[in-house]
Design a protein. Structure first.
Length: 138
């Protein structure tokens, strides 16, 4: 009886990660309908997404490894973030800003994605303000 239950335990385990972020313009306004492209530097596999009405994007089912992230939108220079690391069962977060200019120009953003998932709830569950958190339902 115990052997029949063991294979089912593995189905809930995630072997992929996710990438979330917010894309803004130089003034902090959301860049809507921007094209997000994520390319694995290990395998060359490509993933694409589009920013929503608040500039948010989410790419799921990513194999662990290192990726190159790019974002572009009409009227903005293409932004590139190198060395985005995706880990199993986590959400990497990369928030960045597009600079005004022709899309033929590229701006490379340096830095590493934080290991703490700071936007997952905002991207998937709605915006949680301090007031909502400190004022539980009665």
């Amino acid at each position: 009886m115990l052997l029949a239950l063991l294979p089912a335990a593995g189905f809930g385990q995630s072997v992929t990660g996710r990438l979330a972020g917010i894309l803004t313009d130089p003034h902090g306004a959301a860049v809507v309908n921007a094209q997000i492209k994520l390319v694995s530097t290990d395998t060359g596999r490509e993933h694409e997404a589009t920013t929503d009405e608040i500039g948010a994007f989410l790419v799921t089912n990513l194999e662990p490894g290192q990726y190159r992230l790019s974002a572009n939108a009409p009227g903005f220079r293409t932004a590139v973030v190198e060395k985005v690391v995706i880990q199993v069962a986590t959400t990497a977060t990369v928030n960045f800003s597009l600079q005004l200019g022709p899309t033929s120009e590229t701006v490379t953003v340096t830095g590493e994605a934080p290991l703490v998932d700071v936007t997952w709830c905002r991207v998937t569950c709605g915006c949680w303000t301090r007031r909502r958190i400190s004022s539980p339902p009665t």
